[in-house]
Design a protein around this ligand. Sequence first.
Ligand code: ZN
Length: 239
Amino acid sequence: MNTELLYHTDSYTRNFNARVIAQREQAIALDRTAFYPGGGGQLADRGTVLCAGQGCIVTELYKDEAGTAVWHKLEGPLPAVGAEVEGALDWDFRYRMMRTHTALHILCGLIFRDFGAQVTGGQMYADRARMDFTLEQFDQGAIRAIEERANAAIHAALPIKVYVLPREEAFKIPDLIRTKINLLPPNIQSIRIVEIVGLDLQADGGTHVHDTSEVKGIKVIKTENKGKINKRLEIALVE
Ligand SMILES: [Zn+2]
């Protein structure tokens, strides 16, 4: 059972038609979806599934054990297998996720470029995001420099490219090896790449904006010392 991931080819799809291919408990699987089920630090989408004029709120999204179908847990009576439905994303929420996710890539790229620091983790929330990285020196000067340079990269409107490479080819790219691409399960043969041209390159399954200017701006809202060489940065979008 397979769900076509519309968000992988066009992250700007916010309404789509699909067919119910399976039902389980309070959830349906669709033949195609624009709903991001969550993962890689990005929160799952919110929205509704409409069937025969009835709108059902999506309460949970997840991939099944095989990882090939996306399940949409719904409130209310489930549409039957074979039914045509229309999905509608909560676009305000998703677009904020795309901007936040892209902002984390910008930080990841410039913190490595300017400070030689590796990112060790990250998480997005509805109103902010945090990122952990290996850095010893983390004073006010460094924090201000990171914020200023991130905003400079945002205003530079750097294009963001998304493409797929065969595993062997992706494994030859130093930027990807640095992000521990070798930890991907061996059965994954094609690698989806998200590249901020000139700044960052990652193997990534999430959703991002078309160019960095859409992020508009970021501010550092919190910093935390998580150990001698582990630092945490919290950011929020500015409008
Ligand atoms: Zn990403």
